[in-house]
Design a protein around this ligand. Structure first.
Ligand code: 5GP
Length: 191
């Protein structure tokens, strides 16, 4: 998506060969006009797929996922990152390792907010090794619902996330696909 690629070229900061900072418009300060356009694009892309709920993972996925859900007229469910396991049986949980922090957390979904009949669209900000999306897929599968598709703002195509998700049978649509990063250098797949 040209709008997002242009914005990444202008305001994104490649720290090294694997990490891109987008703090000034996505992760820390948020550009609402950009989020509107990204959410509308996701809603258009995934219309007519019978989606019943939009899911995201706290916190950076919330802004684009909210807009997507609003355009689709669907509820938004936010998967929580808990520090410990909850043993009361009211939640689905799975352990995920954070790409940027290297720490682990328990991705948590209250059973109240998913039904076996649900068809889920997962929206997240970045796709790196596919840890977070795979965790989301695990809790959705555990509930008996279907993860119908995955929408990503920024895919780092040189990492294994897309391959891993596609091998597991999931459809992935990414609005910006980055082929190479280095300090001060950002290249896109279509460059
Ligand atoms: P994965 O779970 O696919 O390995 O990594 C995706 C998650 O890690 C995203 O939800 C995002 O929060 C974080 N992440 C991965 N790579 C980057 C990056 O280059 N920059 C930023 N800001 N976050 C990233």
């Amino acid at each position: 998506m040209k709008l997002l690629c242009d914005r990444i070229r202008k305001d994104g900061k490649a720290l090294n060969e694997s990490v891109l900072k987008v703090d000034s418009f996505i992760n820390h300060q948020v550009d609402p006009q950009l989020m509107e356009a990204l959410g509308e694009d996701f809603a258009r892309h995934f219309q007519d797929r019978g989606i019943t709920k939009v899911f995201t993972i706290e916190s950076s996925g919330i802004a684009p996922a909210y807009v997507t859900a609003r355009f689709m007229g669907l509820p938004l469910v936010i998967l929580k990152k808990q520090t410990s396991r909850i043993l009361n049986g009211n939640v689905y949980q799975t352990k995920v390792t954070s790409f940027t922090k290297g720490t682990t957390y328990q991705l948590t979904l209250d059973r109240k907010y998913i039904d076996p009949e649900d068809k889920i669209l997962l929206i997240d900000d970045f796709l790196a090794n596919g840890e977070a999306a795979t965790g989301a897929a695990t809790v959705i599968r555990e509930s008996g619902a279907e993860l119908t598709a995955i929408g990503i703002l920024i895919e780092k195509s040189f990492q294994r996330g897309r391959r891993r998700l596609e091998d597991a049978g999931y459809e992935v649509y990414s609005q910006a696909r980055i082929s190479r990063l280095d300090q001060g250098l950002i290249e896109f797949l279509e460059d």
